[in-house]
Design a binder for this molecule. Structure first.
Ligand code: LMR
Length: 401
């Protein structure tokens, strides 16, 4: 039966983690996966999550029953408020629905599956070039074809707005446009508010459907509301859209798989119909979402004191990443490493798109035991005060030779 099953290539990101783990070199560094590490290079359990854990474990009513198919209703409602704002008109007008998903990947998948069934047949999705390594696979899996739009201008190490707008403009009406809500993965470059306005305008003119992916709220500016600006602006423009949220990064709940797919629609009736289909699709795929991570998030988002502590924890994480950007930049400056490195400090979020070539990345891996994706993306969270000098020297060497 399986004689003709072809071997699939290993996953580009998780294969790096496996190679890193297998490496016995003492100064090895993992800058691959986007997962926060503390200054000792250790996984970080957010203090607010520890508090929520303790509260949940003391609850005598906690059981292991199934959640509703669409997830915990107070969790999905709080997720919508987090991204759209507590004073969102769409929420007030009951035009918003959400389903709890298997983190951001599950939200992208459920949204993609819904569109493959209920959106214009043959509509393609426009993805930024580059984008998260999993986007293309998720949409292709449900039969939606992808088109790239330019995003990264390698020369200026910034956003290619003109290229992006041109492709969005020339795509057939009613295409789907995937936008990273903030802290673009992998480039760390976001549009400015003025640029977001231009993007929304083109999408409106062309009747495209917007598909926001928001995996890093709280990591771009360090402020949850500021990081939701683009999504809220699109809502203010009367646009309908999906938004995928992951709580892997901003709650550090990577393995718990807590996420949400929210639909902003034009009427309460449309919202109810969309939700009924979310439930139907979800039932045949996972029956009901996993409980634990969503319980933690639900507790924190619905408690003002815990929410405040969460914001503080986020500030600690984003602050350490910014400190590492500065440390790496000054180490490269001190070494006089050829090239411009300002983008290390101007890019935002968890990643930096270094501009290192595939060949340079390969030498970093083989000679220095530093693991990063071939496109030159580094997860800043993998750097700390003990390894940043070593990494800068390694970069210096591969750039010169
Ligand atoms: C990443 O881009 O490194 C993360 O989003 C992890 C993943 O699932 O790829």
């Amino acid at each position: 039966v399986f004689q003709s099953t072809p071997r699939a290539p290993p996953d580009v990101i998780f294969n790096l983690t496996a190679s890193y783990k297998a490496d016995t070199f003492k100064d090895k560094i993992n800058l691959g996966v986007g997962a926060y590490r503390d200054n000792d290079g250790k996984p970080f359990v957010l203090p607010v999550v520890k508090k929520a854990d303790a509260i949940l474990h003391q609850d005598p009513a906690l059981d292991h029953e199934y959640l509703p198919i669409g997830g915990i209703p107070t969790f999905t409602a709080a997720s919508a408020r987090l991204i759209l704002g507590a004073d969102s008109s769409a929420i007030k007008e009951k035009r918003v629905v959400g389903a709890q998903t298997i983190s951001g990947t599950g939200a992208n998948h459920l949204g993609a599956l819904f569109l493959s069934r209920f959106y214009h047949p043959g509509a393609k999705i426009l993805l930024s070039n580059p984008t998260w390594a999993n986007h293309k696979a998720i949409f292709n899996n449900v039969g939606i074809e992808t088109i790239d739009y330019p995003y990264w201008d390698a020369k200026k190490r910034g956003l290619d707005l003109e290229g992006m707008l041109n492709v969005i403009k020339s795509a057939p009406e009613k295409s789907i446009v995937l936008l990273h809500a903030c802290a673009h993965n992998p480039t760390g470059v976001d549009p400015t508010q003025e640029q977001w306005k231009q993007i929304a305008e083109v999408i409106k003119q062309k009747n495209h459907f917007t598909f926001f992916d928001c995996a890093y709220q709280g990591f771009a500016s360090g402020n949850l509301d500021k990081d939701a600006w683009a999504v809220r602006y699109f809502e203010s423009q009367g646009l309908e859209f999906f938004v995928c949220q992951s709580y892997a990064k901003n709650f550090g709940l990577y393995g718990e798989r807590a996420g949400c797919l929210t639909a902003v629609t034009s009427t309460p009736d449309a919202a109810n119909r969309v939700f009924s289909q979310f439930e139907k699709l979800q039932r045949s795929e996972i029956s009901n979402p996993p409980a634990y991570g969503a319980r933690v998030v639900n507790l924190v988002l619905n408690d003002p004191t815990l929410s405040k502590q969460w914001q503080d924890d986020l500030t600690e994480m984003s602050g350490r990443i910014i400190a590492m950007r500065k440390a790496l930049y000054s180490a490269l400056k001190k070494l006089g490493t050829p090239g411009t490195w300002e983008h290390i400090v101007t890019q935002i979020g968890m990643f930096s798109f270094t501009g290192l070539t595939k060949e340079q990345v390969s030498v970093l891996k083989s000679k220095y035991h530093v693991y990063l994706t071939d496109n030159g993306r580094i997860s800043m969270a993998g750097l700390n005060t003990s390894n940043v000098e070593y990494f800068a020297k390694a970069v210096d060497d591969v750039v010169r030779n």
